[in-house]
Every structure is written in structure tokens, then in C-alpha cells.
Design a protein around this ligand. Sequence first.
Ligand code: NAD
Ligand code: MG
Length: 375
Amino acid sequence: MSRGVAILGSTGSIGTTALRVLARHPDRFHVAALTAFANATLLREQAEIHHPSFVGVVRNGAEHPDGWREGTACLVEAVQRTDVAIVVNAIVGAAGLDATLAAVRAGKRVALANKETLVVAGELVAAAARAGGGEIVPVDSEHSAILQCLAGRGAADVRRLVLTASGGPFRDWPRERLARATVADALQHPTWRMGRKITIDSATLANKALEVIEAHFLFGLPYDRIEVVVHPQSVVHSMVEFVDGSVLAQMGVPSMELPVLYALTHPERVADTGVPPFDPVELSPLTFERVRAADFPALRLGVEAGRAGGAAPAVFNAANEQAVALFLEGRILFADIPRAIALALESLAGAPGGDLDALRAADQEARRAVRAAFP
Ligand code: NAD
Ligand code: MG
């Protein structure tokens, strides 16, 4: 039976990737709902091709055909529809949280690209999934790799997780040059074409911090058993070291089509030839390096926020979102991004994180702190 899929953020990098993957599997899946922030032109083209029963555009006042829903509420409405079994959450930022919560509460599978969801509210998402019977299956390539390596084994069998990081465009830049990196420099990612926010996060390594926190919540491992190693080729997507010392790694050509498909079909594997064949010789050499932690402080700041728990990860995420927006607007320097994060974490260290309201308040406070520090 064909399963209905909602794609939130269908106009973005992951959203369009998901539509390409779904189009190859019409016998298994159909597009039931599409939402986007503001790009009504592309959303309309997608709707004409895929015929979803629901289309929503978040930004009020965006011009759109009759019958579309408008405003933030369309996200939760989309995931709750009875013809939706799987939600691909490809929204960028904390804006994706409510939809994830509503989806798992309604018993749906969430194919989660929106890692910010788990960073901001990992415990609440887990509780909502337990209560509603829903599940999170990661789209992030590292977490998809770990899920595949674990193959059903639990934390007790695992010594540690090793997340790979491409290192971003500045992997081999000397520290002095880093301070002067421009927006255009930071948007040149060596191995992945992605949305602007995650591309900047990959340059600062804030993305890897978000992913360490995401891994903590997905796989239930403490932070001292989650490590990061730089792997510039992005072919080994991550590794699991088991208690007996054996290490499994998952590999593949660097294409998000693979983890998107796996998130839809997990634990099954479905025949698909959408990405170029894997040629290990062509992809050689595969190399690994230590992270230059002192030169990319966002990684450490994020992991420390993860360890601190409570609202700290939400503060880290919100400060980063705000700082990245300011950087993209040309209003702060590249090196100001980790400074802004550090500053927000210092001033909001003890913020409570018990419930959604507290987390939302911490998020807003962090954004305000960053704006105030860089007027
Ligand atoms: P993107 O900017 O290309 O697309 C974002 C999508 O979200 C767009 O469709 C946009 O309309 C929608 N959106 C933006 N703001 C919104 C809001 N306030 N409310 C509702 N919808 C909104 O981003 P992307 O690169 O596709 O990344 C999406 C998510 O996937 C991020 O969390 C990112 O970290 C994660 N991710 C992306 C990649 C990748 O290869 N692009 C890989 C791993 C994880
Ligand atoms: Mg990733």
C-alpha cells in the first residue's frame, strides 16, 4: 500500500531531494502534503507535479492559489492529516519543532532533517513519541550511518560513536585568515550543496555540535562516548565502535538521496539506483584528521551546552541561528559567530528547560542577547 508523505520545507535543499527520491518510488509512497516558508512559485510547480491533498505556505500574505493554507499553523495541520503516514521535516531551525512534536504525538514517522528539533527539545520529543507512538528516523547522513551500523543494537553494545565531519570550507585555513572569512567564502562548501544556514554551520562546526547533541538524543549515549573526526571526502558517513573493539562504518557517495530514502524505508532496504555507483578507487584516498577544536570554538561550546542540559542546548541553537542570520546579512564577522554563542550561553547559563514554554523563552532570550551584543 502506498504511504502518504508530508514534506515540510519542500522548496529547500532536503525538500527537493526528498521529492526526487519519492518520484522514483510511486508504488510505495505518494506526496500527501507540501509546505514551504515563502517560495510560492516553486511550491506551486511542485504541487502541480505531485498533486498533494494539502499545500501550506507559512508566510502570511504570500500570493498563492485558492485552497492553500497560510500561516505557521499549516505545519502542524499538515502533519496531523489522516492521509499522512510519514513526515519529512526539512524545515531549517527551531521553527520545525512544533511540527515534529505534533507528528510524533499523532503516531507518525518523522524522517528528521531538522536536527534543531532534537537540540532544542530532545527530551520533550522523546516523551511525545512515547505518548503518541510516533518515531524519529534521522535524515542527517551521520545519524543515518549510525542507525545503519547499529542495526538494532542498543547503547550497551556500543563503546562510542564517531561522527565524521567534512571540516567545511575552512578546514585548512590558518587561524588569522579565518577571522577575515567572508560570507562568500563560508558558502563554498567542499562536498555538499545545502541551504545557507547549514552551510555556515558547517564552516563554523556549529553543525557538528548540533549533530553531537542530536546523536545523544537519538541513540541515548552520554557525551563522553560521542566523538568527532574530520574526514574531508564525506564518504564514510560515521562509525560505531562496539564494546568488543570492532568498528562498523557506513559509506556511500556524498548524496543526501541515500539517507532520505533510508529514513523513508527503515528498517527495510528498497532497490534504488538514483545515485552514481560507489567506486572506492574513484573516491580514494579516504583520510581522517583531528578536529582543530581551538580554531572552531563553536563545536566545543555546543557540546558543553549539550552536557549542561536543561535549556542550554536551546540557547546554543538560538544564539547560533541569530548569529548566522547576522553574518549572512553582513553585519558581523565570521569570528563573531562563536563569540555571540559564548556570550548568550554565559548570560543564560542557568535558564530552566523543563517544558516547552521555558525552552521557547530561553530561545527568545538568546536571540535577544545576540542582537543586543551586535547592534
Ligand atoms: P534550506 O534553506 O534549503 O530549506 C529550508 C526549507 O525550510 C525551505 O523549504 C523553507 O521554505 C523552509 N522554511 C524556512 N524557514 C521556515 C519557517 N520559519 N517555517 C517553516 N518553513 C520554513 O535548508 P536545507 O539545507 O534543506 O536544510 C533543512 C534542514 O535539514 C536543516 O535543519 C539542516 O540542518 C538539515 N540538513 C540539511 C542537509 C542538506 O544537505 N541540505 C543535510 C543534513 C541536514
Ligand atoms: Mg550531517
